[in-house]
Ligand binder design. Structure first.
Ligand SMILES: C[S@@+](CC[C@H](N)C(=O)[O-])C[C@H]1O[C@@H](n2cnc3c(N)ncnc32)[C@H](O)[C@@H]1O
Length: 375
């Protein structure tokens, strides 16, 4: 599958030079980030995501600016570059193994529409050591997508094969022991609310293209969304008919079509996040954006099915894309019960987290959805 490439540029501030606003040094920036984080200032606020969503839905042209508040409460702006062309040297990636080649080749890109960029707390602080003080407080920022000009493949050429890949993956999943075990687990769950929607985040494109054989694992993850929806509806855990949304910027046109056949609506970033509220389910396996930290700042979904939340951060040298944080752990420990998720090659080490009923639930919901600050 073709990875999503992003072009990042430093932000600007109207009428100011970076020296006017950038913290003096790494120590000052680190101290401020720690102080605000400990005080509950969100890295990602629902309000900011909604403003970005509103901007991305309107007409955008190269040179337009998108404004986003930093963690310091100041407004930073990012230039839209849609249509601009760039070239850079890149490694060839083996689609089977993900390994890069030893030689690099010149690749030509055209900039696509802007997309939000989420920097988790660990990376925000790591980045300071690379000298990027002018964006020190920009946990939420804007990047431009890059589309390779040398790829002319039409994913719809193999639409029938992709549909068959999805159907066979779905049949296998429906019959699997893993799905049986999950149903047994779900039968023990007591929810404080009926589920009104399911959001599948970063499930990955699965459609077949000539250079890519298709990804059954991603097809299974989407099939899981469908079986989950059916189970919740049949067992009176959901409203009559509930929508199912999927957000992953790497979907091809063929992925869109296949998912549309099953009433899974593909949504652009950040709408998938904005759909999350207390009567939703979020499923997300091994994303390469900071889903846990975004969700923790903006919502308290009734069910979270995502990679196990560990008791401590991993070794800082092991940089990864969806890190837990003290805030994620607090949300899970204080507000959710953990249920098992079977070992299955189609998923990484997952858990099912169900929001706790009774004492504390209301405060957790209110903090997550209404206030700008997480306490
Ligand atoms: C390592 S892959 C995991 C795919 C699949 N869930 C799996 O377990 O094999 C990470 C996925 O995150 C997706 N991703 C990247 N940015 C995203 C965004 N802004 N919103 C949703 N998904 C995103 C990528 O396109 C990719 O499909």
């Amino acid at each position: 599958m073709a990875p999503v490439s992003l072009f990042l540029e430093w932000p600007s501030r109207p009428g100011q030079n970076p020296e006017d606003w950038a913290p003096k040094n790494t120590a000052e920036a680190t101290a401020n980030i720690d102080k605000w984080y400990d005080a509950g200032v969100p890295l990602f606020s629902r309000e900011s995501l909604q403003e970005i969503q509103d901007r991305l839905q309107g007409p955008l042209k190269a040179g337009d600016m998108i404004k986003v508040k930093g963690m310091d409460g100041e407004v930073y702006q990012y230039k839209v570059k849609v249509g601009e062309k760039r070239s850079s040297y890149c490694m060839d990636i083996d689609p089977e193994t993900g390994d890069g080649s030893e030689t690099e080749q010149l690749v030509h890109y055209v900039m696509g529409l802007p997309i939000p960029k989420y920097t988790p707390i660990q990376h925000l602080k790591d980045n300071l050591t690379h000298g990027s003080l002018e964006s020190a407080y920009c946990s939420l920022s804007i990047a431009n997508r890059m589309h390779c000009l040398d790829q002319h493949e039409n994913s719809l050429d193999r639409l029938e094969d992709s549909l068959e890949l999805f159907n066979s993956s779905k049949r296998a999943w429906e019959q699997s022991d893993s799905w049986k075990q999950i149903q047994t687990t779900l039968s023990t769950v007591r929810l404080p609310t009926k589920i009104r929607k399911i959001v599948g985040m970063a499930c990955g494109p699965f459609a077949i293209q000539s250079a890519y054989p298709g990804v059954p694992r991603s097809a299974v993850q989407h099939a899981f969304l469908l079986t989950l929806k059916k189970y919740l509806m049949e067992n009176d855990m959901a409203c009559d008919e509930i929508p199912c949304y999927a957000q992953d910027p790497a979907y091809t046109e063929a992925d869109h079509r296949v998912l549309g056949t099953y009433d899974i609506e593909v949504v652009d970033d950040p709408r998938g996040f904005l759909e999350l509220d207390h009567d939703s389910v979020l499923f997300c396996c091994a994303p390469n954006i900071a889903v846990k930290q975004v969700v923790t700042d903006i919502a308290r979904p009734a069910i979270l099915i995502w990679c196990k939340v560990e008791d401590a951060d991993p070794d800082p040298e092991y940089r990864y894309t969806d890190p837990d944080s003290s805030r994620v752990r607090k949300m899970i420990n204080e507000g959710y019960d953990e249920f098992p998720f079977p070992d299955d090659d189609n998923f990484t080490c997952m858990r099912i987290y169900v929001i706790r009923r009774g004492l504390g639930t209301e405060e957790v919901l209110n903090n997550g959805e209404d206030s700008g600050v997480i306490t």
